[in-house]
Structures are given as C-alpha cells and as structure tokens.
Design a protein. Structure first.
Length: 149
C-alpha cells in the first residue's frame, strides 16, 4: 500500500467505487493535529499530508491513502472547532447535476444551505470541482462533491 500525495489521485482509482469523497475534522491547533495524525496515519501507510491554505487564511491538511482522503482543517468561520464546526462529511457525486440534486433534496427534507451556492469552484491547487454544502437537521455539515475531469 502506498500513499498518494498527487493532486490528480482520482486517475489512479478510476472505476473504483467509493461512497465518500473525503472526511474532514476541525482543529483548534493545526500543528498539534498534524503531529498526531502524521503519527497515527503513518501506521496505516499514509504519507505526509498536502498542506493547503484557503483564500481566507485557514490551513487544511489533506491525507490521501488507498483512494480515500482524510482532512484536518481550521474552521472557516473563525469559531472554535467543535462537533461539525470545521468538520465535513463529503459524499462523492457522479455529475454536477447530482451535486445540485443532493443539495435540493437535503433542503426539501429539513436541511439548510450553507457557504457558497452549489456550483463549480475553480482556481484552487486542488483542481476544479462542483460543490454544495448543507447542514442536516441536527447541524452536521455535509458536502456533495463532483471532481471535474
């Protein structure tokens, strides 16, 4: 088993079926979290994470291994990390239309739209993606994601 640090890791796993695109947890101390997850995830064979700073300054760590991605992030809203604040459960979608359908169905069933409207995000080192973010009725943050080819 080997870790994949490349940003185009999807090509390696073309045709494989994964329910989740990624799992993200929040951190109040990103360096402490990096030390912890570097050690723990190396047991599984994951290598160094891709370190990314978003446009508003939050640092995020992306650990990739065997087709999955585990992420640690400083919360985007500037509040302390807590259950589901800075945490996201990402669901892999097959098309931009499916991203929109995920979003609209969530809203129709008691969810709440958050962050930017559903749609294409470009300009990141992570590549172009179609995203939609919602909170379920209990407040858990969910992401629908389709990676553009």
């Amino acid at each position: 088993m080997r870790a994949y640090g490349s940003l185009d890791f999807d090509a390696k796993y073309k045709g494989d079926a994964f329910m989740f695109s990624h799992v993200m947890v929040g951190s109040n101390d990103i360096e402490r979290s990096k030390r912890f997850y570097d050690a723990v995830l190396s047991v599984l064979g994951a290598g160094e994470p891709l370190r990314n700073q978003n446009g508003t300054g939050q640092v995020r760590l992306f650990y990739r291994h065997d087709g999955g991605t585990f992420c640690v992030s400083e919360p985007i809203d500037g509040e302390s990390a807590s259950f589901a604040n800075g945490g996201t459960i990402g669901f892999k979608c097959n098309s931009p239309e499916q991203v929109r359908q995920f979003h609209d169905t969530a809203i129709a069933h008691g969810g709440r739209s958050i962050e930017d409207p559903p749609g294409l995000r470009e300009g990141s080192r992570l590549g172009a993606m179609h995203l939609a973010y919602v909170r379920d009725p209990d407040g858990n943050k969910l992401c629908a994601l389709h990676r553009s080819k």
